[in-house]
Design a protein around this ligand. Structure first.
Ligand SMILES: NC(=O)c1ccc[n+]([C@@H]2O[C@H](COP(=O)([O-])OP(=O)(O)OC[C@H]3O[C@@H](n4cnc5c(N)ncnc54)[C@H](O)[C@@H]3O)[C@@H](O)[C@H]2O)c1
Length: 377
């Protein structure tokens, strides 16, 4: 019998569902020493929280997160709230000795992130941040190829994250569903929301970023606020592009926007090395495009590897070779990796400290966007 890890979930929105699905499926597919138990959920609206608890199988509902983080029957707190609550909840949960799984971005800014890291490291509690794209098999496979050294020297890292859902100037900001447009709840716009994913993957695959120069824009300057009913200035970045240097000498080029008509969640990256190039696209997430200069000259070309074979990362846990898995499985994999690290008392990456590095890059990008200067990370 696997030992229980009793989860206290805070927030029942998009990520509350994605994580709950991860907790529920993981033990069906992975052999682990611990198994998640959906112990309790906390959110402000008790009726909606109850509905969520009943649908997903949580044992009970807490009326506020303070009660949940103090509850003796909870082993791990999962923070699935808007960004402005991550720090307060994590610091309080650490005081109560809970393991903490926190959604990204870690914090509203670097100084808040530093306080979070200090609190969880002082408490010595297991911790992880949900940069889930690392656990898409094709992305993990790219990491294996890079770490094998066969790409040779890396020259370029390029990433995009493009959406189009905020183009209408009539879209309000703030409150349920729209907190991402309100800097007081989100911290920043596309930089913390979308580029943070690209930066986390980039650091993981290609190492640290040393300095950045960025361009940010807010296309719609004022929007009605859902909570106050007033028209208020919009202070998030609607779009952000930046150039950077990596510590390994390669050059980075990143772009994110919510104004790229036609794109819903187009996360792509490409890495150009001396011997090889790799390319990945979230809309075709089970494929890794590979160009290998070592192939015979007359056979050279981009190949599209369907990352679904038994010797590809995570894939031996699923169906038979050739059958694809999807977005939600990245969360199942992240839960599995967390539980394995938890059992071995080892760090589960990305830790809060790893995610703080991404936060530092985000802050440097935002500062450069304002100052129009290169900024060291
Ligand atoms: N890893 C990813 O790919 C990914 C994707 C989407 C969102 N996120 C992150 O997940 C977090 C949540 O985003 P989401 O899309 O799930 O948002 P959401 O708006 O769908 O859900 C937010 C939830 O937080 C709850 N909440 C708000 N204030 C609260 C409070 N004071 N106490 C308790 N609960 C409260 C809301 O009721 C809601 O259930 C954010 O930090 C976001 O950046 C990560």
């Amino acid at each position: 019998m696997a030992k229980p890890l009793r989860i206290g979930m805070i927030g029942y929105g998009f990520m509350g569902r994605a994580h709950s699905n991860g907790y529920k499926r993981v033990s069906d597919f992975f052999d682990l020493e611990y198994t998640p138990v959906l112990q309790a959920v906390a959110a402000r609206d008790p009726a909606k929280a109850k509905e969520f608890a009943d649908r997903w199988g949580y044992g009970r509902v807490e009326s506020d997160w303070q009660k949940l983080v103090a509850a003796p029957d909870i082993d791990a707190i999962d923070i699935c709230t808007p960004n402005n609550l991550h720090a307060e909840i994590a610091i309080e949960a650490a005081k109560h000795g809970k393991a903490i799984l926190c959604e990204k971005p870690l914090s509203m800014d670097t100084s808040e992130g530093e306080r979070m890291v200090a609190a969880i490291e002082k408490a010595g509690v297991p911790n992880m941040v949900w940069y889930n794209y690392r656990r898409i098999p094709a992305v993990t496979f790219a990491k294996q190829i890079i770490d094998s050294g066969q790409m040779g020297r890396i020259f370029h890292y390029r990433a995009n994250f493009l959406q189009d859902w905020t183009i209408s100037a009539d879209l309000p900001q703030g409150g349920a569903g729209l907190w991402r447009l309100d800097a007081k709840a989100a911290g920043s716009g596309v930089t913390g929301d979308l580029l943070a994913h690209c930066i986390d993957t980039a650091i993981w695959l290609n190492g640290s970023v040393t300095d950045v120069t960025a361009m940010t824009e807010t296309f719609v300057k004022e929007r009605q606020h859902q909570l106050t009913g007033q028209r208020e200035p919009v202070t998030i970045d609607d779009a952000c592009s930046f150039l950077c240097h990596f510590q390994n000498g390669s050059l980075g080029l990143f772009e994110s926007t919510r104004y790229a008509r036609g794109h819903k969640a187009l996360y792509t990256f490409e890495i150009n090395g001396e011997n090889m190039s790799l390319k990945w696209d979230l809309h075709d997430l089970h494929r890794l495009q590979v160009f290998d200069y070592k192939d015979a000259g007359n056979m050279r070309g981009w190949k599209s590897i369907h990352v679904t074979d038994g010797d590809h990362p995570y894939m031996d846990k699923w169906w038979v070779p050739g059958l694809a898995i999807g977005y939600e499985h990245s969360f199942v994999h992240q839960v599995a990796d967390f539980l394995e690290a938890y059992a071995k008392k080892q760090p589960a990456h990305p830790t809060f400290r790893d995610a703080l590095e991404t936060q530092r890059v985000c802050d440097a990008v935002l500062l450069s966007g304002k100052s129009h200067q290169w900024v060291n990370v």
